[in-house]
Design a protein around this ligand. Sequence first.
Ligand code: NI
Length: 163
Amino acid sequence: MAVRKISEYPEDVLGRVGRPVTEFDERLAALCADMYDTMYDAGGVGLAAPQIGLDLRLFVMDCDGIKLIAANPEIIHAEGEQSGQEGCLSVGKVPAVVIRPMKARLKAQNEKGEWFEQEAEGYAARAFLHETDHCNGKLFIDHLPKLRRDMVVKRFKKEKNWK
Ligand code: NI
């Protein structure tokens, strides 16, 4: 188990559509353990493989009582609307208000390759959507109007320079 380096905007890997996960073996289990270590270390509630430099369709999350590993995730149903603050470990956790569906149903495979479906509402639904987006090469800032997106990027770059 190890904490991995987090890929940050604008690294290429964050904009790439992930490759499907095809091997459900000990290597995948070890990778997921590292992803959890990295996520908890950074104080996040979700982490997708591209965020540690791997173009794979895989994420882990522990948010609002829902803890799961999702390989090859798909959002098969979404409804309603919520407006709330969102941030991303790959964009320095700079927050911005993003409009998302209120409910989302996720279909994915666990670390053994078994398919499952899970429904979530509110913050956890937001995590499903945010992390599935990562697997499709999309960041939360891609949902923002240009001006707000530019503001988040500017603040992120500024904070990075202070470190
Ligand atoms: Ni993120």
